[in-house]
Design a protein around this ligand. Structure first.
Ligand code: ADP
Ligand code: MG
Length: 377
């Protein structure tokens, strides 16, 4: 029987921990689990994503707490599903990103791998991004290599669109593995979640229903789109340090001082609709950027944003002229919420086999690199 790898992911949304037990060639999902963060830990992690006082101490405390949560989560996954521990080769633990600054050469994930090993008696592959950064890459996105193996088609152009806190695209030109390309397009849910929480008390906008009720505000959209990130050329990657609620509030304050400001437009649901348009516009631009090589094809959405029917409908509408179809990865046999965690199980497998996990064309690294470090039992 092929070895099982357990992938553990917690993305920029900080909505929780996703765990997947998978084996590869062919892909088989043996078990899945999502664990919500305790409010206290989530607050700690959220606070660590922006500079503040006494960071070293607070970071170390969260590092330990998250390591325990992951270790206990892996044990729960194994026990609930009666997995055979001897068949599990390694855990691939991404950890929580609390600072992503590729321009300074680092990206910091926490969640102590040594604690995970102590709790599970399994080796843990962790710190997947540092080696790519050391080779002058962005250290992100890392999922495209897995998307390629699983989803590239010999005659149909495909795009895998991951809608987590941040949106990233993987462009898979038909039958051309050497031409694969991808990058973070900008925010997906990060700003919409924060805005929704503030005005409705809900952690996210279910199905995008609230955004659908509003109308995008042109002058605000123009202002948000002026963020430097959107005009940067790939390779590029982003996170909470570029797009966060404080930045949004600053932009809103400036917009309200603008000559274009129209008080009647200033409704929270219109701001939400504007944030959704900010997301879909950047995605459209990313897809049309490759229009010579990929004039049309299929888009498969993964990540929690795959459940935002309004966003998917708007994307379909924006890309209708070139007949891009928009579905979720469910249509390809992998449920959208498990794609990222499965990718980290796959990256753990690559590490154990001594194989590269990055794609230099995507991250900008000097070459292919084996990603991660490993604890031993
Ligand atoms: N039913 C839904 N309707 C709209 N948005 C959803 C729904 N379910 C999940 N989401 C969005 O997906 C996000 C989580 O996606 P996820 O892929 O886990 O992101 P990350 O990788 O950043 O953790 C949530 O924060 C929320 O914005
Ligand atoms: Mg998540």
């Amino acid at each position: 029987m092929s070895a099982i790898y357990i992938g553990v992911m917690t993305g920029t949304s900080m909505d929780g921990l996703d765990l997947v037990a998978a084996s590869f060639d062919p892909l088989k999902i043996h078990a899945t689990l999502t664990l919500k963060f305790e409010e206290d830990l989530r607050d700690q992690l959220m606070a660590l994503s922006l500079p503040d006082d006494n960071e070293i101490d607070r970071m170390a405390v969260a590092h330990v707490a998250l390591g325990k949560m992951i270790g206990n989560g892996v044990n729960q996954l194994i026990e609930d599903n009666q997995l055979d521990r001897s068949q599990i080769r390694a855990i691939g633990s991404h950890g929580q990103t609390i600072r992503h600054r590729p321009e300074s050469g680092f990206s910091l994930q926490i969640g102590d791998a040594h604690i995970i090993t102590e709790l599970t008696n399994l080796p843990v592959v962790y710190d997947f991004r540092s080696r790519d950064l050391a080779a002058n890459g962005q250290g992100a996105p890392l999922v495209p290599a897995f998307h390629q193996v699983l989803f590239q088609h010999h005659s149909i152009h495909r795009v895998i669109l991951n809608l987590g806190g941040i949106a990233n695209v993987t462009m898979l030109p038909a039958g051309q593995p050497e031409q694969i390309f991808g990058f973070d397009t900008g925010p997906a849910n990060i700003l919409m979640d924060a805005w929704c929480d503030r005005y409705t008390g809900q952690p996210y906008d279910e199905n995008g229903n609230w955004a659908a009720y509003g109308h995008p505000i042109r002058s605000l959209l123009d202002r948000l789109q002026a963020h430097d990130y959107f005009s940067k050329e790939p390779p590029k990657s982003t996170g909470r340090e570029d797009f966060n609620i404080d930045w949004l509030h600053d932009q809103l304050a400036d917009w309200r001082n603008d000559l274009d400001y129209d008080e009647l437009e200033d409704q929270p649901e219109n701001v939400q609709a504007t944030l959704m348009k900010l997301t879909t516009r950047a995605i459209k631009k990313a897809i049309y950027r490759s229009k010579e090589a990929m004039p049309t094809g299929e888009i498969y959405v993964c990540g929690g944003g795959a459940f935002n029917g309004t966003l998917l409908e708007q994307l379909r509408w924006r890309l209708r002229k070139h007949n891009w179809s928009v579905q979720t990865t469910e249509a390809l046999g992998l449920a959208p919420i498990w794609v990222e965690a499965t990718a980290f199980a796959w990256l753990a497998m690559r590490f154990c086999e001594g194989q590269a996990g990055n794609l230099p064309a995507v991250t900008g690294a000097n070459g292919l690199r084996v990603l991660g470090s490993m604890t031993h039992i």
